[in-house]
Design a protein around this ligand. Sequence first.
Ligand SMILES: Cc1cc2nc3c(=O)[nH]c(=O)nc-3n(C[C@H](O)[C@H](O)[C@H](O)COP(=O)(O)O)c2cc1C
Length: 186
Amino acid sequence: MSSDKHNIETLIRNRRSINRFKPQPVPTDVIRDAIDTAVWAPNHHLTEPWRFYLLGADTREQVCRLNAELVSAAKGEEAGRMKLEKWLQVPGWLVVTCQKSNDSLLAKEDYAACCCVIHNLSLVLWLHGIGMKWTTGEVIRADRFYDLVWVDREVEEVVGLIWYGYADEDPVSTRRNAIELTTELP
Ligand SMILES: Cc1cc2nc3c(=O)[nH]c(=O)nc-3n(C[C@H](O)[C@H](O)[C@H](O)COP(=O)(O)O)c2cc1C
């Protein structure tokens, strides 16, 4: 038990967002199994609001082109071209959505549960030697993005566009000591 505890602490501290990947793809079974573990996230009322969309080659390319178009419009054609080149290198793509609710408290709690699922997924994948990055760039809010991933935005909201694959970098990150952010009350 204590060694499991040590392992999970190490896993949480060592996991990093990965931005550069080796070209070889992660087998789809591995990502499917990781999702199946990730859904054991805490979830008030067990609404299971998360939905997952694994993008195939055609959809990925269209998402990359849509993003490049948005970047070109905002920052110029050269920026869009460079973005397209970079995005086309990413081997694994997943979209996680949250089912919408008219009840604002439920909607907030469901969104929180989806965030827990995504972090669970990142930890499970990391355990299997796979890195990922959770992205929330402008593209995920575009109507055309919803159309590309077959999501009805009246029914679901995109929580993250996830890149995954075998890391081709070893990034470092820092955190403040949480003690500075913690208040102990009598
Ligand atoms: C809700 C959310 C949205 C994020 N969106 C982006 C993004 O759009 N682009 C990006 O490069 N990283 C994004 N990230 C990753 C963060 O930049 C990353 O977690 C942060 O730099 C800390 O690094 P670490 O995950 O390696 O600890 C996002 C993370 C979260 C939780």
